[in-house]
Structures are given as C-alpha cells and as structure tokens.
Design a protein around this ligand. Structure first.
Ligand code: F6P
Length: 556
C-alpha cells in the first residue's frame, strides 16, 4: 500500500488556503448575483436531493476541493476499498461493507473467496429465521409466539439496529416489537426486561467479537432472567436439560466468532455469521441487523440494502464534481481545516430519526478520531470533527441559538422528507407542512441572517438592535428525500459512510480501526478487583482513582 499523500503539500491545498484567505462570505450577495446558484450547487444521489448552495463556496472553491480529492488519491483509494484491498492496515483487513449490499448474482472474489455469495448465504439464513418468528412458526419453549425480540449488543452491534428500528417503525409488524440492551449499567437490562413475559421473548446476542464485556454480561443477565422466570412460573422444570431447551428457543446470536457463541451455550445452528472485513460501525446491513429484519421483514430489509447499494454505485462511479458523498466530505474538510470548525450538527426533521445523530457519532468519530496516519506518521492537519444533533424542531428550542448567533462556525446537515408517515391535520392545517416550513426557514435564516436595518425596520429599540441581528453566512447542507422508506434510510447511511471515508482519505488515516477505545477497557478490567475491595489492586492506582473508589466504598 502506498503512503498517504500529505494533503497540505498538494497544489489544491495551497489554492484552497489562498481562496479562504481572500473569501468574504456573502451568501446574500452570491444568491442575488446568481439566480442559478441553487441549481448549480444542487445534486441528486439515488432518491436524495442535496442542496449544497448555502455553503461558503463558489465555483472556484468547489473546483479546488475536487482537485484536492484527486491529488490525495480518493478515486484510487475508493477502488482499493471496493475491491477488497487490506486498507485497514493496522488490523490487516479488507474493508468490504459495500459487499454486504451487493446484489445477488454479482461476485467479488477476495483472498480466493466469493464474498458476495457468502453474504447472500447468511442473508438467506437470517431471512428464513425472521420469517419463522414473524409467522409464529418459531415459538418459545412453551409453544407461545414471540412478541418481543431483544437485541443485546453495544456500539456498532447496537446503534445501527436501534437507530434503523426506530427510523422504520411504520414498517414494523403489528404485535412484534424490538428492544435493545447495550449499557453494562444494570438498569438497562432491568428496564428492558422487567415487564416482559419470558415465554414470548427472544434474545439476539449481537457481538462481532463475542468478547465484549458489556454484551456478554448482559447476555448472562438475560439468560438468568429467562430461566428464573420460566422456572418460577412452572413453564420449565429448571433442570439442566430444560434450561438448554429454553436457551435454544429464546437465544440466537450474531457474531464473527461462532466458536465463542457455542461456548456461551447458543447452538451454532441458531447463530448468524459475518466477517472480519465488516467494521462494527459498518455492520447494520449485515446479520447484525437481524432484530431489524425480524421487525420489518425480509422484503423491507432487502429494500434497505438496495438503498445502500444505490449510493455505493453513485460514490464509486460518479465524477467527483457531481459525487454527493465526496463533495460533502470535501466540504467538511473545508470547514474543519480552513475555518477551524470543530463540530458538525446533524439535524433530521424526522422524529423517527431521533437516534440517527447518535448512530453517526460512532460512524464518524470512531472512524476519523485519529492522530496518526495509516503509515504510522502523525497527521498533518486536524482530523475528525465532533458530530452531534437532535431532531428538528426540538433542537430549535434548545441549541439552535448558538448555531445562529454564537461565535463558532457550525456546519449543519438538515435532513427532511416530503411525505409524512402519518399525515395528521390540526384543523385545516397539514401538520407536516408546519414541520417542513421550519426546515426551510432554518437554513434560510442561517444563510441570509437579518441585518441591523431589517431589525430597526421592525421598530426595535436601538439598544437591542445588535442582539437581534443575525450575521447569516452559516453553512448548511439540505438533504431531502420523498419519504423515509427502508431504501431511503439505507441511502442516508451509505451517504454518511462515504462522507466519512472521503474525509479520512484526505487526512490519510485508517478510518476502519478503533484502537482509541482499548485503553479504557483494559483499565476497567484492571480496576474491577480494586472496586470490589482488593487493597493491593487499589494501591497500584493513582491518588485520584483511589479517592474516587474510596468514595464509592464509603457510600455503598
Ligand atoms: O469498543 C468499540 C467497539 O469495538 C466498536 O467498534 C464495536 O462496534 C463495539 O465495540 C462492539 O463490539 P462487538 O460487536 O465486538 O461486541
């Protein structure tokens, strides 16, 4: 693998630095001078209509960003990813989440193995299982139909399934719902199980490694809850064999480590595999999405995958100047590295997408929160920005103040859908239209602001005019789609995956490892005996940690 290009050494970077130095942001003026600006900077990818016109760019800046992508080798690295080169160098792995949504009948041979046919073999098994649960052919140990599936997983083995489940609630089968346990805080397992009936509950233990402390602990808690509940009600005798039968009917697993699944006591027949070339945060479209398949059904899940694939094709084949994920990724670099933006807001105008920002936090920040490049040398620019957000309009009444009038540049993505899932009216008013009016108004206010003269013309007293001025020129992307369907959700996720990849490529980092989460895990293991009262272990800790553990012991 070739070394990463230093982006700051490219002619495009020098050009961008110059353009930034001389830029006088003036979205009002730019729109007034060019009636075609919205058209010029609007693009489509799949069913996504994306308006980039309210960014602090002009044709020259866009061109320089495109040149930057070319000069850092975005095209070549994209091909390397899609064809299975081991671009995850620190783990020596291919990065093939795009193969998870490759259509049946296509093929991609990597290290002598057709990964697409492997993918469809597992999908068929997941679909078969989900169909049985949905139809009632798969029952609990007492013969009752499953009513609740509980996914146990964390990080990529949780955030994708829960986000997509919430996002696609209108597609869920009546009488069947999903819950998600992730946190090792025992209240999570308690709250998600205490009101369920063990006879109608099925657990899906999802863990790529099947070695994650939180997930294995919660899986054991769930197993005890199940067996205790079934025994207490007399549904099973409580002896070892009855316990095994119950686990076989109430537990399935998703993992790349099927040997560990078996060691946990789950029959490998009831396990769905995936591969080391799927990163956890890129895995919602693998068997990790089993809870989602059960809830929305195989057909809808197939549409979800088709949505991802449409954006994969767009990203792989569209020239960079019309390539939506590439351009948004480049814009993020523009704000991050030239304007010093440190955060990026994601604001879905869809209550169903309330977990989308949290999902994107793992996708973007675990991928691009890196200080060294993929050849081990230090990065030469700032890298990953902080992604955050909440659905509109809730955020409008909470943190938008800072985006409108604060001192920092906060680029923001506004996401909305033309058609509501539930077309409700308030008297003669279509409530979805009221909702969308806010989506349109916010990007307009951020872009064009309000001048002092406009404030004065409303009769505002002179002393408070400054507080009511909006400077405008606050950059936004508007991402619009016909409706939040499974396919559109797949398209949105793939869009952000490739945005993340584009940024990582410019910065020369490996966006597919996550060593930064390891130290905390290791220290937690080391400290567990100290928390439990082991004085020798406590003595090895620093004074602050000793004092905190001391507080815990005194108050427990
Ligand atoms: O600790 C981080 C992480 O490895 C994530 O990357 C991953 O999604 C999560 O933990 C869960 O890992 P697993 O699926 O192996 O349980």
């Amino acid at each position: 693998m070739s070394s990463p290009v230093d982006p700051t050494s490219t002619p495009a970077w020098a050009k961008l630095a110059d353009l930034h130095k001389n830029l006088q942001p003036d979205l009002r003026g730019w729109f007034a001078a060019d009636p075609d600006r919205a058209k010029t900077f609007s693009l489509t990818a799949g069913e996504l209509f994306v308006d980039l016109s309210k960014n602090l760019i002009n044709a020259e800046i866009k061109q320089a960003l495109v040149e930057l992508a070319e000069q850092v080798g975005l095209r070549e690295r994209t091909e390397a990813m899609f064809t299975g080169e081991h671009i995850n160098v620190t783990e020596d792995r291919a990065v093939l989440h795009t193969a998870l949504r490759a259509p049946q009948g296509t093929s991609l041979v990597v290290d002598g193995q057709d990964v697409v046919s492997d993918v469809h073999e597992v999908l068929a098994k997941v679909y078969d299982f989900a169909t049985k649960v949905r139809s009632g052919a798969w029952t609990g140990v007492t013969g009752k139909r499953i009513e609740t599936v509980v996914n146990i997983g964390i990080g990529g083995s949780d955030l994708g399934p829960v986000m997509a489940y919430e996002g696609l609630l209108p597609y869920k089968q009546e009488g069947l719902s999903a819950r998600f346990i992730s946190n090792i805080d025992p209240t999570d397992a308690y709250e998600k199980t205490h009101d369920l009936d063990p006879e109608t509950t099925l657990f899906i233990v999802s863990s790529k490694t099947f070695g994650t402390l939180e997930t294995l602990t919660n899986a054991r808690l769930a197993r005890s809850w199940l067996l205790d509940g079934l025994t207490a009600s007399g549904a099973i005798s409580g002896d070892e064999d009855s316990g095994k039968d119950a686990v076989a009917k109430h537990f399935v697993a998703v993992s790349t480590a099927l040997d560990k699944v078996a060691a946990f006591g789950i029959d490998p027949e009831n396990a769905f595999g995936f591969w080391d070339w799927v990163g956890g945060r890129y895995s919602v479209d693998s068997a990790i999405g089993t809870s989602l398949v059960v809830a929305i059904g195989p057909e809808n899940f197939a549409d979800f995958l088709a949505g991802f694939h449409a954006i994969d094709e767009h990203f792989r084949t569209t020239p960079i100047e019309d390539n939506v994920p590439a351009l948004i990724g480049l814009l993020n670099v523009w704000y991050n590295n030239f304007f010093g933006a440190q955060t990026h807001a994601v604001l879905p105008y869809s209550q169903y997408l309330h977990r989308f920002p949290a999902y994107l936090q793992q996708l973007t920040m675990e991928s691009n929160g890196k200080g060294v490049r993929y050849d081990g040398t230090p990065v030469v620019t700032d890298t990953g920005e902080v992604f955050w957000g909440e659905p509109g309009t809730n955020g409008q009444h909470a943190f938008y103040q800072l985006i409108h009038q604060g001192t920092r540049v906060i680029p923001a993505d506004f996401i909305a859908f033309a058609n509501p899932a539930h077309p409700l009216t308030d008297g003669d008013k279509d409530v979805h239209e009221l909702f969308l009016a806010n989506f349109f108004a916010q990007t307009r206010a951020l872009a064009f602001g309000k001048t002092a003269d406009e404030v004065r013309s409303e009769g505002t007293k002179e002393g408070i005019v400054p507080a009511r001025v909006f400077t405008g020129n606050r950059p936004t992307n508007s991402i619009f789609a016909p409706a939040l369907t499974p396919s559109v959700l797949g398209q949105l996720i793939a869009l952000y995956e490739h945005i993340t990849f584009t940024e990582g490529t410019v910065w020369g980092i490996d966006s597919f490892d996550q060593w930064g989460v390891e130290l905390g895990k290791q220290l937690a293991q080391e400290l567990t005996p100290a928390v439990g009262g082991d004085e020798d272990a406590l003595a090895k800790a620093d004074s602050s940690t000793q004092s905190l553990i001391g507080y815990y012991r005194a108050h427990r």
